[in-house]
Design a protein around this ligand. Structure first.
Ligand SMILES: Cc1cc2nc3c(=O)[nH]c(=O)nc-3n(C[C@H](O)[C@H](O)[C@H](O)COP(=O)(O)OP(=O)(O)OC[C@H]3O[C@@H](n4cnc5c(N)ncnc54)[C@H](O)[C@@H]3O)c2cc1C
Length: 273
C-alpha cells in the first residue's frame, strides 16, 4: 500500500523528499508495487515518483553507448543504438506489458539475484552517473563503476554508459523452465581474442547468490587460453557454481543450467559494433 504519493518537479525536490525516512523512489513500479517480498512488506510508505525526472534517452557516440535510467525494457529492446547482447537481455523479460513499464534504473535499484540487465552491464564494465543530495540541498551528479554503485545504491541512478570498442565480443543469456517462467540463472560475458586466446574476460552471473555479480573464479578458468568447446566449458564451470535449492529448482539443476548458458554465451559472443 502506498501511504503517500509525491510527484516532485525537480531532481532537487525528489532527493529532498527521498531524504525523509520511509520514502522510496518509484519508477515503473513493476517491482515495488508487486508482492510483499521486496523489503517493503507491501507497505511502501512515501512513494516518490521519479518517472519523469531521470533521463530516458538511449544513444551512442563513437564507441560509447549511454542509456538513461528511465529507459524502459521495451525501449532498450527496440534501440538500434545498443548491441544485440543488451537488447536480448531486455527482451528476455517475457511479458511485453511489464517491458513497457519496467525501467533500467528500477532493475539496478531492485538488484534481484536474476536481474536481467545487471550481468551484461557488469560484463561490459559499465559506469553509472547518479545524483545525490549535496550539502547545499541541491542535486550533485557523481560517477562510479556500476559494480561499486550496486554495493551501496546511494542516490538516484541517472545514466549508464559503457564502451563498445572494435574487437570486443559479448553475449548475454537467461535460463528458465519456460520462456515466461522466472529465471534460474542469468549471464553476461565479454572478452577479446588475441592470437586465439581469450583476453580481458569478464563474466557476471545471476542466480548464484543474492545478487548478480562478477565471477573471478570462472574468469580465471579461461583467461589467456583458447576457449574449450561448449562441453569443455560446462565441465570446467559447473563445479564452481554455488546454488541453493528452492522453488526455482534444485541446486544441481541450477548449476547445470548456469554452466550451459555460460558455455552458450562464451561460444556465441558477438562483436559489439
Ligand atoms: C510480471 C513481471 C515479470 C518480471 N520479469 C522480470 C525479468 O524477467 N527480469 C528482471 O530483471 N525483473 C523482472 N521483473 C521485476 C521488475 O520488473 C524489474 O526489476 C524492473 O526492472 C523494475 O523496474 P521498475 O522501473 O518497475 O522499478 P520500480 O519497481 O519502480 O523500483 C524498483 C526498485 O528500484 C528503485 N529505483 C527505481 N528507479 C531508480 C533509480 N533511477 N535509481 C535508484 N533506484 C531506483 C526503487 O526505489 C525500487 O527499490 C518482473 C516483474 C514482473 C511484475
Amino acid at each position: 500500500m502506498v501511504n503517500e504519493y509525491l510527484k516532485p518537479k525537480t531532481l532537487d525536490e525528489a532527493l529532498a523528499a527521498l531524504a525523509v525516512p520511509g520514502s522510496v523512489a518509484l519508477a515503473g513500479g513493476t517491482w515495488l508495487l508487486v508482492g510483499e517480498e521486496h523489503g517493503t512488506k507491501g507497505d511502501l510508505g512515501r512513494a516518490v515518483d521519479i518517472g519523469e525526472l531521470v533521463p530516458s534517452d538511449i544513444g551512442r557516440k563513437g564507441t560509447t553507448a549511454r542509456v538513461g535510467a528511465g529507459a524502459t525494457f521495451q525501449a532498450l529492446a527496440d534501440s538500434p543504438a545498443l548491441p544485440a547482447c543488451l537488447r536480448k537481455s531486455a527482451l528476455s523479460m517475457a511479458n511485453r506489458n511489464t517491458r513497457n513499464r519496467a525501467t533500467l534504473g528500477g532493475n539496478l535499484g531492485a538488484d534481484k539475484s536474476c536481474a536481467s540487465l545487471v550481468p551484461i552491464l557488469l560484463a561490459l564494465d559499465a559506469t553509472l552517473e547518479y545524483a545525490v543530495r549535496g550539502a547545499d540541498g541541491k542535486a550533485a551528479t557523481k560517477t562510479a563503476p556500476l559494480a561499486a554503485w550496486l554495493e551501496r545504491k546511494d542516490g538516484l541512478a541517472l545514466t549508464v554508459s559503457f564502451e563498445a570498442p572494435a574487437g570486443l565480443l559479448a553475449a548475454s543469456g537467461r535460463a528458465s523452465r519456460t520462456a515466461c517462467d522466472v529465471a534460474t540463472a542469468t549471464v553476461g560475458a565479454a572478452y577479446r581474442l588475441e592470437g586465439g586466446a581469450v583476453k580481458d574476460l569478464r563474466i557476471a552471473m545471476g542466480g548464484f547468490g543474492p545478487r548478480a555479480r562478477r565471477m573471478p573464479k570462472l574468469e580465471a578458468l579461461f583467461e589467456g587460453k583458447a576457449l574449450p568447446d561448449k562441453a569443455g566449458i560446462e565441465k570446467l564451470a559447473e563445479p564452481l557454481l554455488d546454488a541453493i535449492s528452492d522453488q526455482r529448482g534444485s541446486a544441481a539443476y541450477k548449476k547445470r543450467r548456469g554452466a550451459v548458458i555460460l558455455a552458450d554465451a562464451l561460444a556465441g559472443a558477438e562483436a559489439l559494433s
